[in-house]
Write a protein that binds this ligand. Sequence first.
Ligand SMILES: Cc1ncc(C[n+]2csc(CCOP(=O)(O)OP(=O)(O)O)c2C)c(N)n1
Length: 690
Amino acid sequence: MLTSRRPWPGAPTGARPPSLLEPLVPEAAAARVSHSDLANALRALAMDAVEQAKSGHPGLPMGAADVATVLFTKFLKYDAADPRWPDRDRFVLSAGHGSMLLYGLLHLTGVEGVTIDELRRFRQLESKTPGHPECFMTPGVETTTGPLGQGLGAAVGMALAERMLAAEFGPEAVDHYTYVLASDGDLMEGLSQEAIALAGHLRLSKLIVLFDDNGISIDGPLSLSDSTDQVKRVEASGWRGLRVDGHDPAAVARAIRRAQRSDRPTLIACKTTIGYGAPKKAGTSKAHGEPLGADELAGAKAALGWNGAAFDVPEAIRKAWARAGRRGRREHTAWRKRLEALLPDRRAEFERRIKGEAPSGLAGAIAQLKDRLVAEPQALATRKASEIALEVVTEAVPELVLGSADLTPSNNTKTKNLTVVAPGQYGGRYIHYGIREHGMAAAMNGLAFHGGLRPAGATFLVFTDYARPAIRIAALSGIPAIYVMTHDSIGLGEDGPTHQPVEHLAALRAMPNLRVFRPADAVETAECWQLAIERTDGPTVLALTRQALPQLRTEAGRENRCAAGAYEIAPAEGEAKATLFASGSELEIALAAQKLLSGRGMTARVVSVPSLELLLAQPEPIRRRIVGDAPVKVAIEAAVRFGWDALIGPDGVFVGMKGFGASAPYKDLYRHFRITAEAVADQVLRTHNL
Ligand SMILES: Cc1ncc(C[n+]2csc(CCOP(=O)(O)OP(=O)(O)O)c2C)c(N)n1
């Protein structure tokens, strides 16, 4: 059974049977194991697991099994005993729906924990084999994928991280390839254009994309919706493009070898048959995303010459795959020796960075900065305050890599000490991502997934919508990307409602595990930067103003007052009848309203809320102490009310936006939309007197 070459019934014209590669296992017994046997093991496991789960996607694993087998048995620098060793080649299954291909590879190569029982539990609660790959569930999964295009976008960041770390620590510490398996869907998504253009521009020559060119998507043949020549497309963006028969292992191997020598990123379009082997469904969309069914599954196994019970893999084939899992061990050991030979401080720094440990100097540097700010208070836009903080933070945190989607002068992200990453020059720490918010956020994921770098990228807050799918991957995966989002309200003024975020804060706060900070002055901005850097288990948004704000914090103190999400900045004179909650630029308005109310005989306290969701997540006693029990609760934020009711209740007073903004000087807009101290005071008194 091990070396059947029979083309299956229903094979498309021109399809070639799998060919033999040289044996992988030298022992006489194992010498009979062929490339096809190895690939068919992946196919069989995928068919069986999808059948057992009664859901999943058999087509891609069956079609791409030959390509994946060549990669894992001939090229990938990979040690299944330690799937996270830092200088491993990265393999990203961008087409995450084909997850069983990856689980089959991890299982057969011997990654601990990815057992046959886990494969039997494909798509079940808390299994290590979820529907789509989740890097936090399964050892050996480099990135969370499933939303098409995200894996490709992240891989660009990984390939960039590799070049940047190699520039910093030398090729003896970092020198690996990044491989991607991408589907038609990955390449149809708009994100792919941003990712491809960025990688091509930066000449990320160690990025190799294996395109599963099967011409089929869910609705049917690709001809229903696309006629792009993907090879020509990538070539236009400075890539090398190759075309091979994806079922000819020798041809795939030759192409990968050429790609490895290329001076630019390479896409290898591997012509494959979706559902390869399935008698009726191969080459059709029916193989894409549902179990084959008992008859078709049996027919496929017969066509492939695969006997035996479900989930059964013959011992000789298991051994050959296990050997493939050990292929990189020697390189792994050699790398460890090279690392030991690094100068002790370089090695210690490299190891700290890879472990993601916070640098020691940050808290002290922020404390000094706060003292300086308090000593010389000044009116500053928080985007400018962020730049001032970054002068300090970038020194204290050498792994921090900044960048902007073509808004560098507006986002204030490029401090004087940062040099630019350019094609062939990867020693800098500033990335001009171009007008590619989605590509930026996806590449930032890859920088973070790779390890050793901390990405912070910038655009206008309103354009988080363009980056949101990648931000969501960061939140779900728990990676500490930082988004510097300036021009955070109608306070940006004349650019008008297209540029004025109103619903974005609420939308971002709604995303689990994403932390949103909207600091109110320079001191809070410094504190929020510290919290963003210290966070290691998820991403952070810093929402910053275009317009200048007064410095409201006049005492620094060692405590980071933003750490609980909110704090009382101005107590009431006596018992408070109202609490005024405000974030960012509206804190100034809350403080002015407090004075107005005091003049009208009403006592109020003011609570600054740089992070609403962090406040709401505090243990109850802390939250109660900060929120207080004044009968009138008011929230002031130049954005929509959505979300604030959790703090002020449905009967609380909200002063903010009810719809889109308008184009005018910002002070006129605040008056026009009645986000003023007078309006706050009037509403508080009206409510109090009800
Ligand atoms: C952003 C996004 N949109 C839609 C989907 C749903 N989806 C999953 S696979 C797929 C397309 C399938 O075609 P292809 O990428 O060629 O994969 P194949 O059929 O070859 O397995 C779609 C639309 C998704 N996963 N991500």
